[in-house]
Design a protein around this ligand. Structure first.
Ligand code: FAD
Ligand code: NAD
Length: 482
């Protein structure tokens, strides 16, 4: 007889492992199936985020940031260092160690919560069945009262620059370089392009980013994206907008390079790189995942169609994370995982899709929540703006890290906060304060009346909120309304 479960989860990325743990906490007999193998051919949990995404990219961002600091930003503090050099394999090794620690941690959490972690490839084979094909080819059928599909996403390929894992790589390959490429091309000035482009640029690569659109970071508030372009260009990223890649040719000799052809406003161009990263977005991974006879609906872009509560069109089958609509972000997937587990337990939990924070982990970081100025204008909303530059923050100056600003937008009539946009050190943590405020429908005045520790970067949030009402203390108020 097949093993019986209350819940079977397919995929152990942030959406899947969180769903599985929460289901188990709620008393459901739960299994989580994962096909990923580590270098020792052992099942490894954590998905894209832990293995080749959020965590390893941040480890390399932090290492490369420290390198830049040691190289040229300590003098100002009076700290003299000798010649600074980078041991790339050691940096990659540290990253792998962190990944190992965290993925082992998921295994521990499964054990502690009594989730059955099962290695193999899962397929929804009936409305209440998941067939698991183990790595040795043997099959096992699990019976499930509820199925949660959390198979995630994979990088998008583009025909003019097909990934070969050597000279042309995707984000996963770009986390594994064993030496600093002299000339690095990046296709796509999105989140991955800017984060991984920054890593290798800091370590000495001459980085050229080719972006098809004319508009830089179109989802970001214009004032902030303009500032980001200025700062990142100054750091050495050569970001070419409106650059459409038409082809690439690998070199034939022993020295492996790739010549990329593209067109921009000046016509046809070509450039040779030692490595090329393709970072043009990700697609939902639904290959061979569901028996078509079950009739689970996908949308026109291949995402599994779900309702507000992540239910598919088949009762008791849910889908969460990157393979359903909404931003492809780990925290969005985790919250969906919790929501579905609690819905299965008959709770009324919801995800607030209006308040999903976004962060780009360049230095300075770029983070935002809610509406930006362009969106408010398009919607005809009357709003106040408060801006506070970090150059006026004592804490930022003390840290010698004063690039950027906080921008807060509030409704002109009700003063309710509508959005917050930060470019600056620790922007992710700063914006989170406004995410909480917005969850509680706070006004700019509420933030203005809140006491902030001094000196702290978060005082910039306080001042931006005061500025939105025309009475910032530590900066001139351009628009005094009260
Ligand atoms: P995934 O993490 O993709 O996990 C899906 C899992 O399902 C995988 O382990 C896969 O092996 C498994 N699977 C698939 N099919 C099957 C099957 N049939 N049977 C068994 N197992 C299966 N997001 C952020 O929020 N912050 C960041 O800083 C961030 N940085 C990123 C950096 C990079 C370089 C990349 C690539 C992504 C980054 N992301 C970041 C995005 C984030 O990684 C994803 O949004 C997140 O991992 C999605 O979670 P998920 O659980 O939906 O899918
Ligand atoms: P993205 O959507 O952020 O950026 C892709 C960029 O490539 C876009 O600017 C797009 O216009 C451009 N592009 C597309 N086709 C192109 C072409 N043929 N030539 C040139 N440019 C082209 O996607 P990504 O950077 O690959 O990241 C994938 C996903 O991973 C994102 O959805 C993101 O949410 C997630 N992610 C998040 C973080 C984070 O939260 N810090 C970090 C990395 C990745």
């Amino acid at each position: 007889m097949s093993k019986q479960y209350d819940v079977v989860v397919i995929g152990s990325g942030p959406a899947g492992y969180v769903a599985a743990i929460r289901c188990a906490q709620l008393g459901f007999k739960t299994a989580c199936i994962e096909k990923w193998l580590n270098k020792e051919n052992k099942t490894i949990y954590g998905g894209t985020c832990l293995n080749v995404g959020c965590i390893p990219s941040k480890a390399l961002l932090d290492s490369s940031h420290k390198y830049v600091e040691a190289q040229g930003h300590l003098d100002v503090h009076g700290i003299k260092v000798g010649k600074v050099s980078m041991d790339v394999p050691a940096m990659i090794g540290r990253k792998d160690k962190i990944v190992g620690q965290l993925t082992q941690g998921i295994k521990g959490l499964f054990a502690a919560n009594k989730v059955d972690g099962i290695g193999g490839t899962g397929k929804v084979s009936a409305t209440d069945k998941v067939t698991v094909t183990a790595h040795d080819g043997t099959e096992e059928v699990l019976t499930a009262k509820n199925i949660i599909i959390a198979a995630g996403s994979v990088p998008i390929d583009i025909p003019p620059a097909l990934v070969n894992g050597e000279t042309i790589v995707d984000s996963t390959g770009a986390l594994e370089f064993q030496e600093v490429p002299k000339r690095l091309g990046v296709i796509g000035a999105g989140v991955i392009g800017l984060e991984l482009g920054s890593v290798w640029s800091r370590l000495g690569s001459k980085v050229t980013v080719l972006e098809a659109l004319d508009d830089f970071l179109p989802a970001v508030d214009k004032q902030i994206s303009k500032e980001a372009m200025k700062i990142l260009s100054k750091q050495g990223l050569d970001i070419k907008m409106g650059a459409r890649v038409s082809g690439s040719t690998l070199s034939k000799g022993a020295k492996k390079t790739v010549e990329v052809n593209y067109t921009d406003q000046d016509g046809e161009q070509k450039e040779t790189f030692d490595k090329l990263i393709v970072a043009v977005g990700r697609r939902p991974f639904t290959d061979n995942l569901i028996d078509p006879a079950i009739g689970i609906e996908l949308d026109e872009r291949g995402f599994i169609k779900v309702n507000e509560s992540c239910g598919t069109n088949i009762p008791n089958i849910y889908a969460v994370g990157d393979l359903v609509r909404g931003p492809m972000l780990a925290h969005k997937g985790m919250e969906e995982g919790v929501m579905v587990a609690e819905r299965i337990a008959d709770k009324k939990t919801q995800v607030n899709y209006d308040l999903v924070p976004s962060v780009i982990y360049t230095h300075p970081e770029i983070a935002w929540i809610g509406k930006n100025e362009e969106e408010l204008k398009a919607e005809g909303v009357d709003y106040n703006v408060g801006v506070f530059p970090f150059v006026a923050s004592g804490r930022a100056l003390a840290a010698n890290d004063s690039d950027g600003m906080v921008k807060l937008l509030a409704d002109a009539k009700t003063d309710r906060i509508l959005g917050c946009h930060v470019i600056g050190a620790s922007a992710a943590d700063l914006v989170q304060q406004i995410v909480i405020a917005m969850e509680f429908s706070a006004s700019a005045e509420d933030i203005g009346l809140t006491m902030f520790a001094h000196p702290a970067l978060s005082e910039a949030i306080h001042e931006a909120a005061l500025a939105a009402n025309g009475h910032a203390i530590h900066i001139g108020n351009r628009k005094r309304r009260k």
